[in-house]
Design a protein around this ligand. Structure first.
Ligand SMILES: [Zn+2]
Ligand SMILES: [Zn+2]
Length: 389
């Protein structure tokens, strides 16, 4: 059993540690120190695995090791730093999301996903808010381990998190959920709000319009659900995996197309003849060729958004004359440009009311089986694995 968490001297807990790129995650005993006065200690009930975690494991981003990843935590607060006792209490049920400063011009205008210090705050750190204490150390040799990925590093049974990474369901929704209900909600903190938010906050889709979604993982499928809710009339989903297209149909796609087709652009334009192509489009794949296909599928005044991350320094070819003469636009979007304290509680209520069938995407694994979960996600067998603590 874990030690008492109310101490800066630390407690021993379990974490999935990435020792080196490309390697398996290792379930290890680690010491977690905190919470400091600007931090909160939580006990995880579940953590979703997101594509960004896989990108980090593969070594595609410059990154320190050893590190604890994970940024879709569902948790219960166990101890609160003295600066946050008014907004959080031990026992509160929370979902964890990205971190932001709360005071830059982006944060002040409700666009925290574009926080000026987003990269620093969401990259791993190895010191606590006092700037000195190592957040996590190995119990074997006391060597430091990097944590606070996305303000949380939720691939751990206990984590010291940033207060702005916390969406407090007990306070915001007045809910007391069964443990199983809270576990299922873990993916709302990144993948779901990213796809859902891109549709409502970035594209501002309109009733009766058309939308093409490239990539039917959690992000793309959440975009489908948001589009259905907004009464988008034509929802076209493109993916390489037939089973995912079946799920997309169940969730509200009106047309599904296999990504291996060579006539994708013509096919999408044939479905959306009246607007000479699709009015809204989302790329959740990050594959440059797919993004170019998306741009070619756009109709008059079409609006496209990229949410899938391509490799660093990827460039896109756009026919500028087409873009100008047809009034088209191309946007980027992080984390659905959402205000987590507003969007996530809204999504929680939708899920509980049966309006947002997360169960069609989620597959549960024991935390100790994380490497199987990652393999199943990579092979396409699992859309959204969640690890249970
Ligand atoms: Zn900010
Ligand atoms: Zn993510």
């Amino acid at each position: 059993m874990p030690q008492s968490p109310n101490t800066m001297n630390g407690m021993i807990t379990d974490a999935l540690v990435m020792r080196q790129f490309g390697d398996r995650l290792h379930l290890e005993r680690v010491r977690v120190n905190g919470p400091g006065e600007n931090e909160v200690l939580v006990e995880m009930v579940a953590t979703g695995i997101c594509h960004t975690d896989l990108i980090c494991i593969s070594g595609r981003l410059p990154f320190p090791t050893p590190t604890i990843l994970g940024h879709e935590g569902a948790a219960i607060i166990r101890a609160v730093g003295k600066n946050f006792t008014s907004s959080c209490s031990p026992g509160d049920q929370v979902l964890l999301t990205f971190d932001s400063c709360g005071y830059c011009t982006s944060c002040e205008s409700n666009h925290a996903a574009y926080c000026h210090s987003f990269n620093i705050r969401n990259a791993p750190s190895n010191v606590g808010s006092d700037g000195e204490t190592h957040l996590y150390t190995a119990t074997s040799d006391s060597s430091p381990i990097w944590g606070k990925f996305f303000g949380q590093s939720s691939f751990a049974r206990h984590a010291v998190v940033s207060p702005r990474s916390i969406v407090n369901l007990t306070v915001n929704c007045g809910l007391i959920l069964a443990r199983e209900e809270l576990q299922q909600l873990a993916p709302l903190g990144c993948g779901v709000q990213t796809g859902y938010g891109a549709v409502v906050n970035s594209l501002h889709v309109t009733s009766g319009s058309s939308l093409a979604v490239f990539g039917a993982g959690t992000v793309g499928l959440s975009a489908v659900l948001a589009a259905r809710k907004a009464h988008v009339a034509t929802i076209i989903v493109v993916d390489m995996i037939e089973e995912r297209l079946e799920i997309a149909k169940e969730l509200g796609a009106t047309h599904v197309l296999l990504g291996s087709r060579t006539d994708l652009v013509q096919e999408i334009k044939a479905i959306t003849v009246t607007t000479q192509g699709v009015q809204f489009a989302i790329d959740a794949t990050g594959v440059v060729l797919v993004i170019e296909t998306m741009m070619q599928s756009l109709g008059t005044m079409g609006k496209a958004v990229s949410i899938g991350m391509p490799p660093p320094k990827a460039e896109l070819k756009i026919d500028i004359n087409v873009c100008i003469s047809r009034g088209q636009s191309y946007l980027g979007c992080v984390e659905g440009d959402s205000v987590p304290d507003k969007l996530i509680p809204h999504l929680v209520m939708e899920c509980l009311a049966g309006q947002f069938p997360l169960d069609k995407m989620v597959t549960s694994y024991k935390a100790a089986d994380c490497n199987q979960a990652i393999a199943d996600m990579r092979s396409g067998q699992a859309v959204k694995p969640i690890l249970l603590w």
